[in-house]
Design a binder for this molecule. Sequence first.
Ligand code: FAD
Length: 287
Amino acid sequence: MPIEPPVASPRSLPEAYAVIAGEPHRPMAGGTDLLVQITGEIGEPPERVLDLWGLEELRGISLEGGTLVLGALTTYTEIRQSVIVAEHLPALAEAAATIGAAQIQNRGTIGGNAANASPAGDTLPILLACDAELVLGSVRGERAVAAIEFWPKYRETALAADELIVRIRLPLVADRQVRFRKVGTRRAQAISKVVMALAWRTDPGQDSSPWRDVRLALGSVAATPVRVPRTEAVLEGSSPSEATADEAAATLAAEIEPIDDVRSSADYRRAVAARVLHRLIRDEGGW
Ligand SMILES: Cc1cc2nc3c(=O)[nH]c(=O)nc-3n(C[C@H](O)[C@H](O)[C@H](O)COP(=O)(O)OP(=O)(O)OC[C@H]3O[C@@H](n4cnc5c(N)ncnc54)[C@H](O)[C@@H]3O)c2cc1C
């Protein structure tokens, strides 16, 4: 296997589509996952690389109507510094701040996090909890895939071999709250043992109304990032009371199927996921 595979560096998105349609290439955004694989010690080394870094079409954070749109090449540093994200989805900035450390945040991208499809990818529970759509592009045009359908199996995505993630669309919902929690070995450079995003909305103008449209998504507790519908059902229509927290935490512990691996044991992950959710609900309830 080549240690330094040939790299194509297209100047435009149509050129990138043509290259990847002609011959299989592994896209490279920031390279923070891909370059670790290049020696073949971890994962499959790429035979040919398509360097996306110069493609301006894949950059930028904007609001389009009621949707927050992030170009696939948006870095964690850009997310952390974005006034738009701070105002409309601060939980995403919080998640970005926990990823790696400054070097990784300067190069690592949200599109790379999604395409890499690690069950521990820290932004993925937010994409699930916020009903994000991933817009994929190729010579055939663009199509949108809901986040809930994007990671069908362990480390697999809905991307076809000649497709790129172009942008990620996060619909903004009035009166919605989104919370993010991550448990790792330390505060920086730690892959998650458990990562969680919880979203709900309240009735217009009534901050203390029951929770509606609850979405709870987790990473590092299954083969893919997952939503947990049984736990969501406990929280739907509820208020953040101690009884709700007890029931939701117990349901979550029974619903997830974590594995033992080098970072953690299944028992630890199950107990911590339940504990983190319990505390999150307590923080909201203020008891
Ligand atoms: C020291 C270190 C610490 C880290 N800490 C964390 C952490 O705390 N949390 C976390 O979630 N991750 C972490 N990571 C993993 C990594 O930084 C993130 O997953 C990052 O978001 C990957 O983005 P990238 O742009 O570097 O992707 P790349 O490495 O360029 O690509 C990753 C994969 O996605 C594909 N890809 C990239 N962009 C596209 C696109 N637009 N369309 C189609 N396919 C694409 C590539 O082909 C490749 O398979 C860490 C990595 C390192 C080395």
